[in-house]
Design a protein around this ligand. Sequence first.
Ligand code: MLT
Length: 232
Amino acid sequence: MKIDVCYTPDLIHQFDIKDKTVVVIDILRATSSMVAGLGSGIQSITPVATIEECEALGRQGYVMAGERSGEKVAQFEMGNSPFDYMNPALKGRKVATTTTNGTQAIELSKGAKEVIIGAFLNLNPVVNHLMKSNNDVLLFCAGWKGRYNLEDTLFAGAVCNALKQNAEFESDSALCAFFLYQSMATDLAYYINRSNHAARLSKFNLREDIEYCAKLNEFNVVPKLIGSELIV
Ligand code: MLT
């Protein structure tokens, strides 16, 4: 098994993903919320790139969710907080979501052998899935508007650390993510709270979201993209 890391969607063109398992990572907060929602009974989550696509699914009875630059889209029923997604009223419902970075990365992953969703909330289930599938892996960080971010790379490093005995790091991108994780593993929440996006979210009084997204292994699910839907 080979493993590599793509730090932002702007670099995805450098990778051949057709035979790989792509793990899409957007810790604050898209993939954390998707794991929390599907782990709490949402039937499926359909990630779309635009607000208009989300509204079209809303007219078909989907719950509309999402944000732009961290703030809830005004006309949607919910934003992108994991706490929104864990609402018991959503059990059995289909949700359509669009976010600033996470859903764009999922869109760019279509064409991979397999697309799964990773977060600290399902770290061990993701690692176990990768071990079982034994495909080569690309850890795909959603970043921020085409730029690198700390928290997504930190999660990629956590996966590299967990697989270091079984996988070959394909490039310095994987090696650097691994070393970053090794330098911060003792207090993930401390470092994630100092990221750029944590600062943005704090302006919207969303500190609880940041703390929650740094928790490990809250859910034993690995969302997988089947057609246009994420299911578990
Ligand atoms: C993203 O797409 O980067 C996140 O969903 C942004 C957020 O939830 O604040």
